[in-house]
Design a protein around this ligand. Structure first.
Ligand SMILES: Cc1ncc(COP(=O)(O)O)c(C=O)c1O
Length: 407
């Protein structure tokens, strides 16, 4: 094999979308920074003690004992069905009218988004998103060669008035309309905010009026630690336009690579057709058994309390240490705080100083489809210990203060 030196020898064989990406700065990598020894507040990893290791070992043993080769065969056995039933039960508890025919298990929600894109999008189509939004989804949209347009979000989520105005203007001018709108309505990544119910209802009216699909990504919905739940878009929808994706990455473990698509039977049939290669039915069997034991709900309850402690600790530390002029969101769930730095400070330019001081984060720009977020950054409180978090926030405050002093 060749070493890592890029020669470009195969560029002419790549797809047009891959070739376009080769010329883009930062293509294929998250732009954080390698800083051994610094506290990483960059990524939305669950904390290691959150994984139900003993329960999964016991569940795997039970699967081998009870289902043996069926669990290892294509398609899996009974416990795959148990997992689908658990998903359906939990989605019904959220108010979504669904049954097993509406659920397709996938290898995580990134895979779920991918198969939805594969079903609906082709080069040149347009996708609307909240800006900022999950950079993993932006990367996927780039893989499909679609145009992405961002709409601002505030504490109540996506600005549906701005969305309505744009759709209206496009119709009046005869310009193309989007095919799909991607949203993370609850504890948004990276904003930490939640879309209000009236805005959800308005969004669904717009989807119906302007004929686009709403892709609802609810990865953090289970991790609400305060405030009243808001009905998912899929629960409010009676048009069948909402395709919902979700995952066990944040409530069980990312390594189990198990998520799902929930949709009306008609789109789901085509999404299923586009999901080539099957999924990890052995892992699904283990999760099916784990859920059947009835521990899952109690384990998630413990997670909520643990993430609430982490979130509160980070908010207290920001209050205590950040200089005036910095602002941040106060989430009711999920993994992230979105920080706006004092005016004039560029989060990407600040990163090397922050790393020298002992912290890394993800600069805001990479969560936007175009420009935006230059003075913002995302902090994750999900992974580090409380002590590390303190070191990290103190380091961020020192870096911000020293940069302010140089201005
Ligand atoms: C909003 C959102 N969707 C999807 C994912 C990815 O989930 P999965 O591990 O199931 O692919 C993440 C993880 O960071 C996320 O924040």
């Amino acid at each position: 094999m060749q070493d890592n030196e890029r020669t470009g020898a195969f560029d002419h064989l790549f797809t047009e979308t891959v070739r376009d990406g080769l010329n883009e700065e930062g293509y294929g990598s998250w732009r954080s920074i390698k800083a051994p020894g610094a506290v990483s507040l960059s990524f939305g990893f669950p904390f290691p003690e959150s994984f139900p290791e003993d329960q999964l070992v016991a569940a795997a043993e039970a699967v081998f004992e009870q289902e043996g080769e069926r669990a290892l065969q294509y398609g899996g056995g009974e416990y795959v069905d148990r997992l689908t039933e658990t998903v359906v039960e939990r989605e019904r508890e959220r108010g979504i009218d669904c049954d097993e025919e509406n659920v397709l298990l996938t290898n995580g929600s990134t895979h779920a988004i991918d198969v939805v894109c594969h079903t609906f999008l082709e080069r040149g189509d347009e996708v609307f998103v909240e800006a900022p939004t999950f950079m993993g989804a932006l990367k996927l949209f780039a893989n499909y060669g679609v145009d992405v347009t961002g709409f601002e979000a505030d504490a109540d989520g996506l600005d549906v008035d701005a969305l309505a105005a744009e759709l209206d203007a496009r119709r009046a001018d005869g310009r193309p309309l989007p095919k799909l709108l991607y949203t993370i309505p609850t504890f948004q990544n990276p904003g930490g905010t939640t879309m209000s119910r009236p805005r959800r209802e308005r969004l669904l009216e717009l989807a119906e009026e302007y004929d686009f699909v709403v892709l609802e990504d609810d990865a953090y919905d289970d991790l609400r630690y305060r405030g009243d739940p808001v009905a998912p878009l899929a629960a409010l929808d009676d048009s069948g336009r909402v395709v919902r994706v979700n995952t066990f990455s944040k409530t069980i473990a990312p390594g189990v690579r198990t998520g799902w698509v929930l949709a009306d039977a008609e789109p789901l049939a085509e999404i299923t057709r586009m999901r080539a290669g099957g999924t990890n039915t052995f892992t699904q069997s283990v999760l099916g058994r784990y859920c059947a034991e009835g521990r899952f709900e109690a384990d998630v309850e413990e997670l909520r309390a643990a993430y609430e402690r982490r979130c509160d600790h980070m908010l207290d530390l920001l209050d205590e240490h950040m200089p005036p002029g910095a602002e941040w969101t106060e989430p009711n769930g999920g993994f992230f705080v979105w920080v706006e730095l004092p005016e004039g400070i560029d989060a990407e330019a600040l990163l090397p100083t922050a790393a020298d001081e002992g912290v890394t984060y993800l600069p805001g720009e990479q969560f936007f489809p175009d420009d935006g977020g230059e003075n913002c950054l995302r902090l994750s409180f999900s992974h580090v210990s409380l002590d590390e978090m303190e070191r990290g926030i103190r380091a961020l405050a020192r870096a911000t203060e020293s940069t302010l002093a140089d201005h």
